[in-house]
Write a protein that binds this ligand. Structure first.
Ligand SMILES: [Zn+2]
Length: 118
């Protein structure tokens, strides 16, 4: 049986490879508990921003804004479902989501700037 540390993803007999990973995992769970509603609210706002252009036009700036909001959401609150955490570990999940979020936020800002000038 080959288990993995839920936090860092290293091979481990127990659920955590070390005390540090144990603490980091519970600190992550605490953040999820405190901010999950805000995280979901931001995603809903991002989706709602995609609906606005149906009524007012100007599709691209709103797509840029939606991507920016979702990107900031992922950078500040890199939460993922349990099956993802189990598959690659909490630490990698956070890094991947934050990197993706950063790129999304940058792409969003660029889209807003470019489309607003034109
Ligand atoms: Zn670990």
């Amino acid at each position: 049986m080959s288990g993995k540390c839920i936090y860092c993803g290293k091979a481990s007999e127990a659920e955590y490879c070390s005390q540090v990973c144990n603490q980091e995992y519970y600190s992550y769970l605490g953040r999820v508990e405190n901010f999950l509603k805000l995280y979901i609210a931001c995603l809903i706002v991002a989706l709602a921003l995609l609906i606005v252009p149906v009524f007012v036009g100007h599709l691209l700036p709103f797509i840029g804004l939606a991507v920016l909001v979702a990107g900031i959401d992922f950078v500040t609150m890199p939460f993922a479902p349990q099956f993802v955490l189990k598959a690659i570990g909490v630490r990698k999940t956070e890094l991947v989501l934050q990197a993706a979020g950063f790129i999304m936020a940058a792409a969003g800002v660029i889209t807003i700037l470019v489309t607003s000038i034109i």
